[in-house]
Design a protein around this ligand. Structure first.
Ligand SMILES: O=C(O)CC1=NCN=C1
Ligand SMILES: [Zn+2]
Length: 421
């Protein structure tokens, strides 16, 4: 048969353990399937066959790419971003440098609420154009699938505007976008003294979100001065009753016990987890809740503490990593940089890191077994890296190592200057 594209002379091919049912947990994360000197063929957007270079010499295709001994991996997956928003918050850097805490800026009507003001004022077209630019950059970093949360609308009209923008991006942009409804992201000024009335308004939105298929997941910012454990429990339980899977921003600043609540509700994932207790970590492992860790955020907020990734791995938790891309607490689209932070700050091994940004990230956004792996008949989302081995990417930090990015079998990004490592 004639294939569409053949990649040959692949130095190292990371397929990830695609025969594994669920995400990799604990010590299993420190295993990596690395195939040396391979070739693969793509047809109709899917991996057709993986073989030797000698076998590939007999294959025919529209296009052949000589990977010159470079590393090829699944496309990176970012399971936690706030992609769709208007405005920016560079002015907050000065406040943070003066030691004004994140929650204090929010309390004074800044932070999330200043992004809410800009997002409410923006049109859907303006939100789309801005988010598409960020998505272009993510794609250039090798990030082929991205989760996008709402949460800068905080009223029916603006939340739906954000979610419809994300849905349109998923339909039209080369990258894939998975949506999460985070209407419970903060208490808007108009409901400052009646948070429960606001939460009920957000619950009422769930029917139209489900009808228009605008989100697969529902999330809440469970935090001091935002939403309590009890408010989070009620809100997420109502979302589950309506058929949504749930996630939770948990223990980001104060250790309220969000991880324990995530376990109680069998959430798909619990996210941030900087202050999570040892008991909370045990419960995450026991209930198979994926820990989505965001080292860029605790770095950028200059936090003295970071999520206890090593403890989580020792306890058998499934860990994934994400940028937490947002205009306030982590304004970076660069998941490769997050991989470096995970190595330095969390002391995660490079094998654990690669599993965290591929196979485990896929499971955290409902795409387990479909994305974040390279296997026959699976969608061909791949990166050819400007590097000869998988250790090089987190090691050489702060730059973009993606050479060629392939989404559904099509080349969607090619770096102009192929700089040698
Ligand atoms: O500050 C932001 O805009 C995003 C954020 N939500 C919860 N933590 C950070
Ligand atoms: Zn977040």
């Amino acid at each position: 048969m004639k294939y569409d594209l053949i990649l040959e002379n692949i130095g190292q091919l990371l397929t990830m353990d695609y025969e594994k049912e669920g995400p990799l947990c604990g010590r299993d994360m420190d295993e990596l399937i690395v195939l040396e000197n391979k070739a693969l063929a793509i047809a109709d957007g899917r991996i057709a066959v993986i073989g030797s270079n000698e076998e590939a010499a007999m294959w025919t295709a529209e296009k052949r790419m000589d990977c010159e001994g470079k590393l090829v991996t699944p496309g990176l997956i970012d399971p936690h971003t706030h992609l769709v928003f208007a405005g920016s918050r560079e002015h907050e850097m000065g406040l943070k440098q003066q030691g004004v805490p994140y929650l204090e800026i929010l309390k004074q009507g800044g932070g999330i609420l200043s992004t809410v003001k800009a997002t409410r004022a923006a049109s859907e077209a303006e939100l789309y154009e801005k988010a598409a630019g960020h998505l272009d950059r993510m794609l250039s970093y090798g990030m082929t699938t991205v989760e996008a949360k709402s949460g800068y609308g905080l009223n029916a009209e603006a939340e739906l505007k954000q979610l419809r923008t994300a849905k349109k991006l998923n339909a039209e942009h080369a990258a894939e976008v998975v949506s999460t409804f985070l209407g419970a992201h903060a208490i808007p000024p108009e409901h400052k003294h009646q948070p429960d009335v606001f939460l009920e308004e957000m619950v009422q939105l769930l029917d139209v979100i489900e009808k228009e298929e605008l989100a697969q997941f529902v999330d809440i910012f469970c935090e001091t001065g935002v939403f309590s454990i009890e408010q989070s429990r009620v809100f997420l339980s109502k979302a589950k009753q309506k058929g949504f899977q749930v996630k939770i921003h948990a223990d980001e600043i104060d250790p309220l016990g969000g991880a324990e609540l995530a376990s109680e509700l069998s959430a798909v994932s619990a996210e941030h987890l900087v202050g999570t207790s040892d008991e909370g970590i045990k419960q995450l492992a026991a209930k198979g809740v994926i820990a989505c860790l965001l080292p860029g955020t605790s770095f950028y907020l200059n936090k003295p503490d970071h999520a206890k990734a090593r403890k989580m791995l020792e306890e058998g938790v499934a860990v994934t990593l994400a940028t937490d891309f947002n205009p306030g607490s982590c304004p970076t689209e660069n998941l490769q940089l997050i991989m470096s932070f995970a190595a330095v700050i969390y002391k995660m091994t490079v094998k654990e890191i690669w599993n965290a940004v591929t196979i485990n990230a896929a499971h955290a956004i409902g795409l387990g077994g479909e994305r974040g792996i390279i296997a026959p008949m699976k969608q061909a989302d791949l990166v050819i890296w400007d590097a000869g081995n998988y250790e090089y990417i987190p090691y050489h930090f702060g730059v973009n190592h993606a050479g060629t990015v392939i989404k559904k079998g099509a080349i969607v990004y090619e770096k102009g200057d192929h700089c040698e490592p």
